[in-house]
Design a protein around this ligand. Structure first.
Ligand code: MN
Length: 259
């Protein structure tokens, strides 16, 4: 099995190291990851600057770009062939509910999916991120990698995996949950007397909805959510059809005179 490993916490993250070590028994593991922390960078792609990739150890590449860059470069530039699987993680912190579109971890799995490569994003919902803290999550990732190899994934689909901090009670198939945002912006004065702001510093909270990723993790289970890149809200189609947008006049020659 040829596995491409990446993350958004950077190549020196303990979560990436623990996962790489665990997956060695499955085949060849090639790490292509950002050379520094790139969390919350979403699906960003570097189009207007050169990228560098340095092989700091055998099959371990540090890339000067985003997680999406790393997957792109890893497949097209370094491996020059499609791997059997891309795994992104293990992220320091959960990636659940509405937070998914911010996540570089999840975006790396999206990128692999766009390339037709089966992908898994793995995150540890904890506050402790030393090497040993990733042991259970690494074991879960290994089991799910074997499961994906056995069954394959549906077209255009990847799985988003979140592992609780404590030893998991089991695995739950889930849907994406709902975050509660505190909308807190911290305003403060820096040592030079200028105002600065800090966003996203509020407490993490979720609506406790049965069947969701957040609910499963909160109750001690590993959450596995199948995701796809189609953001269309199919349930909203019927209502928007009633707007009759096709009949709106957008022709400047038929603009009514100003009142
Ligand atoms: Mn991260």
């Amino acid at each position: 099995m040829l596995i491409l490993l990446t993350n958004d916490d950077g190549i020196h993250s303990a979560g990436l190291q623990a996962l790489a070590d665990r997956l060695q028994s499955l085949g060849r593991v090639v790490v292509v990851a950002p050379d520094r922390e790139r969390s919350a960078i979403g699906h960003a792609l570097t189009l207007h600057a050169p990228l560098r990739a340095e092989e700091i150890l055998t099959d371990r590449w540090a890339v000067s770009g985003t997680p999406t860059d790393a997957v792109n470069l890893g497949i097209h530039g370094i491996l020059k062939t499609k791997p059997d699987l891309v795994i992104s993680g293990i992220n320091k912190g959960g990636n659940m509910g509405d937070d998914l579109t911010y996540s570089g971890t999840v975006a790396a799995a999206m990128e692999a999916t766009l390339m037709g490569v089966p992908a898994i994003a793995v995150s540890l919902s904890s506050r402790n991120f030393k090497y040993a803290d990733f042991a259970d999550a690494s074991r879960v990732a290994e089991q799910l990698a074997l499961t994906v190899r056995e069954h394959g994934l549906p077209a255009d689909t990847f799985i988003n995996v979140n592992v609780p901090a404590q030893r998991p009670l089991g695995i739950r198939l889930t849907r994406q949950g709902k975050r509660i945002y505190e909308d807190a912006v911290i305003e403060n004065i820096d040592p030079r007397g200028r105002t600065y702001y800090w966003i996203g510093a509020g407490e993490l909270d979720f609506q406790d909805l049965d069947g969701t990723d957040c609910h499963a993790v909160q109750h001690g289970y590993v959450s596995v959510t199948p995701l796809h890149l189609d953001l269309t809200n199919y349930a909203a189609m019927d209502r928007l059809r009633q707007w009759r947008m096709e009949e709106l006049s957008i022709d400047p020659d038929h603009e009514p005179p100003p009142a």
